[in-house]
Design a protein around this ligand. Structure first.
Ligand code: CTP
Ligand code: CA
Length: 223
């Protein structure tokens, strides 16, 4: 039993992880999306499962395979991701890694939008999507440990701290997703771990290594 607890410190715990982008339809053939590959979120789901957690991964559209040892739920839009994630509560752990589209088209249409000869391009009216992390962070069934990410191109630490407070998270994994870094869509990541305890800077690591460290940190925090 002692050995089991050492190897599987998250045995008996449940976790919800979001990963990947979301796709927000414009019409039946077009959508709004972003460069997220799902690599970081999927690796975190797998790492939590390896520590014994019962993990549900809510994934947006990605090309990478479902991770082993995890229940994967596939969704397309932010609204579907919110519904799938909150339907898994209560849970002990939430890690919201998805690059959720901040906006969707206010009224997507059922027919393909056609070019109109001689007319201006169609304007896209956007409306804000629900914030999944913020919803979970303030939920009546709030998980014991709520972890979010912060994708920034400037002022990473301050923006990360602001998100920690605004979203009701216990921890924010902040990263610089500026074009030169190759982080968004790439295989490596360089993060700062922001919590009430302060800021910890991790070196440049493979996303799978970031995932293992984060799962270890989560297990340590849950005790
Ligand atoms: N997030 C979410 N739902 C959204 C937007 C963001 O769950 N609709 C989560 C992300 O999964 C991430 C965290 O919130 O864990 C921060 O996402 P980020 O895009 O960095 O922050 P935003 O709050 O969307 O602010 P902005 O994009 O303007 O910086
Ligand atoms: Ca955002």
């Amino acid at each position: 039993a002692i050995l089991g607890e050492t190897l599987k410190p998250l045995a008996g715990r449940t976790a919800v992880v979001t990963s990947g982008p979301t796709h927000e339809p414009i019409d039946p053939v077009r959508y709004i999306a972003n460069r997220s590959s799902g690599r970081q979120g999927h690796a975190i789901a797998a790492a939590l499962a390896r520590l014994g957690a019962d993990v549900t991964l809510v994934s947006g559209p990605v090309t990478i395979p479902d991770p082993p040892g995890v229940t994967t739920v596939h969704v397309e839009t932010a609204q579907q991701m919110l519904d799938a994630a909150t339907s898994r509560l209560p849970a002990d752990i939430a890690v919201m890694v998805a690059a959720v589209a901040d906006w969707r088209v206010a009224s997507s249409v059922g027919q393909k939008i056609k070019k109109q000869p001689g007319e201006a391009p169609p304007p896209l009216m956007l409306t804000e999507n629900p914030d999944i992390l913020k919803t979970v962070g303030h939920h009546e069934k709030r998980p014991t440990l709520v972890v979010g990410f912060a994708a920034e191109t400037q002022d990473v630490e301050n923006n990360g701290r602001a998100k920690l407070a605004r979203k009701g998270a216990d921890m924010i994994v902040a990263n610089d997703v500026s074009p030169g870094t190759g982080i968004m869509g790439g295989t490596r990541n360089r993060v700062k771990i922001i919590s009430a305890a302060g800021v910890e800077e991790w070196p440049d690591l493979d996303k799978s290594e970031v995932a293992i460290r984060l799962a270890d940190l989560i297990a340590a925090k849950l005790g």
